[in-house]
Design a protein around this ligand. Structure first.
Ligand SMILES: Cc1ncc(COP(=O)(O)O)c(C=O)c1O
Length: 462
């Protein structure tokens, strides 16, 4: 157990702060790592250690961790209209400008935008819209929702039910009824011998269709998917996956919701993951890089079909009865709008496309390391799969993932570890030489981990 000085930041944190997604007992023992400042893609802790942020914190800090221009916009917004609401016909310029801009850049024609405060809220609201839609259509039984194992869609009661990770349900008595999960399309891990990506995708789409038929197509309201499955370890879809899945959804009149919370705004080399993979959703949820993570804001974009249903329900019930006090907050909306201007000036999608070959080459080269089974990536997002045996593709345990997390930190890189996968999603302002340097540091961390594993093995055999 580490002992901290009384009144040190660490001791005060342990005494007062409850941390999400954290081993609580271990936290009380080891305390927090306190980040105090930043420089570009680097963050600096209170002991003066510098880290390359390979995960953009939570996939979100697209422009790094400080931004003078966005700070000025927030300051000015707060001086003119620091708060107003959108309830009961009220509006303000920030919300109007932002919603209009989102409709302009949407990957497919969309009709309206509903602003929210977080990715979880956006998905939670979108679940309600799916139900609202089918109720308006006189098909209230069409309310089950299918997502994929391995996907994360949020932490509210409904969005964690949508999340295909049993660990997130245990302990809370969740998921709610009516949330179903289909296969995670992890080609490297789950392909059959000699199965092509296309054939694997067909098998995944068949599994989805079998689930829909088993449950009854009249009971299935929507299918939810993030274009690259972030929480499954930054897993891009196999070839043909979304084309085949969308054919199934069309056959059974199932709505498609694209969770663009991490893929939206350039991450995959296009403005939207939907563009990268030819996805035509009815509803899009987005957040995170929408404001470069500098303000808590998210958005739900919905198409005309959903909007027409909303009109029907609103007529029937007298109003669309849903809303959050801070949804469409003028300061957050102003920062998001300015972020979109910055992206336009950066020519964001082309900027990421230009870096993509450097990123894929630098991290792809790690696949020849003895611990690495594969690297897969797109744009500036990638996953490294740690395996015990390359021939059988047997995954390493999450203990080895945790060892890698510690060793990459020792080598000055922060990344996200999901079981045996290392997920990379650096800020979009990363340079080519920083990509090379990050890959080199991760290679050294892989060497350190291999050495640890070999010495543990040697001890066992003594
Ligand atoms: C794909 C996806 N959807 C939704 C969320 C939830 O977003 P938030 O943490 O802003 O509620 C996340 C968060 O990481 C995410 O990765």
């Amino acid at each position: 157990m580490t002992h901290f000085r009384p009144n040190s930041m660490q001791a005060r944190d342990i005494a007062a702060v409850l941390h999400p997604q954290t081993d609580l007992r271990r936290h009380a023992e080891i305390g927090p790592s306190i980040i105090g400042s930043s420089n570009g893609i680097w963050v600096i802790d209170d002991a003066g250690n510098h880290f390359m942020e390979g995960a953009s914190a939570l996939w979100c800090a697209s422009l790094g961790f400080a931004n003078e221009r966005l700070a000025k916009v927030a300051y000015n917004a707060m001086r003119t209209l620091g708060y107003y609401q959108l309830f009961r016909h009220a509006s303000h310029r920030g919300a109007i400008d932002l919603c209009e801009r989102l409709l302009e850049i949407a990957p497919v024609p969309m009709s309206k935008v509903l602003l929210q405060c977080s990715g979880s809220e956006a998905n939670d609201t979108a679940i309600k819209l799916v139900w609202y839609h089918w109720n308006a259509q006189g098909r209230p039984e069409k309310r089950k929702i299918i997502s994929r194992y391995g996907s994360y869609h949020g932490s509210t009661c409904a969005t964690v039910s949508l999340t295909g990770k049993p660990d997130f349900h245990k302990g809370f008595g969740l998921p709610f009824d009516g949330f179903l999960y289909t296969e995670c399309p992890h080609y490297y891990r789950d392909r059959l011998d000699d199965e092509s990506e296309e054939a694997f995708s067909t098998r995944m789409a068949d599994a989805l269709e079998a689930l829909i038929l088993r449950e009854g197509p009249d009971t299935i309201g929507a299918f939810w998917a993030d274009p690259v499955q972030g929480a499954a370890g930054a897993l891009p879809p196999p070839d043909g996956y979304f084309e085949k899945v969308q054919a199934v959804l069309r056959r059974h009149d199932v709505l498609l919701v694209a969770d663009e919370v991490i893929c939206g705004f350039g991450r995959t080399g296009n403005m939207w993951g939907c563009e990268t993979y030819g996805i035509v959703p009815d509803i899009i949820s987005c957040a995170k890089a929408l404001s470069a993570a500098m303000q808590p804001i998210s958005a739900v974009l919905l198409n005309e079909r959903i909007y027409q249903s909303m009109l029907v329900q609103s007529d029937r019930l007298g109003a669309f009865v849903h809303g959050y006090t801070y949804a469409g907050h003028p300061v957050a909306a102003a920062v998001a709008l300015e972020t979109l201007r910055i992206y336009e000036e950066m020519d964001l999608a082309n900027h990421v496309k230009a870096l993509e070959p450097v990123f894929l080459r630098a991290f792809g080269a790690l696949a020849n390391h003895p611990l690495v089974g594969e690297f897969s990536g797109v744009g500036l997002i990638g996953g490294i799969e740690l395996v015990k045996d390359k021939a059988t593709r047997t995954p390493h345990s999450s203990a080895v993932g945790a060892m890698m997390e510690r060793n990459t930190r020792e080598r000055g890189v922060i990344l996200r570890v999901v079981g045996n996968r290392l997920a990379l999603s650096p800020p979009l302002i990363i340079t080519a030489s920083e990509i090379e340097e990050m890959a080199e540091r991760i290679r050294k961390a892989l060497d350190d981990t291999l050495a640890e594993l070999l010495s543990a093995q040697a001890e066992e055999t003594i």
